[in-house]
Design a protein around this ligand. Sequence first.
Ligand SMILES: [Zn+2]
Length: 42
Amino acid sequence: MADAKGGEEKYFRDGAKYVCRKCKSKFFTKVEAEKCHDSHTE
Ligand SMILES: [Zn+2]
């Protein structure tokens, strides 16, 4: 897997959860967090 932007993650971890970096929404899976993040850009 290649990172699109110099290794910056679309989410960060908060305990067991994944948090969208854009809107700080919390998800139980990283796929959901990445989808959320993608929904904010383009
Ligand atoms: Zn989001």
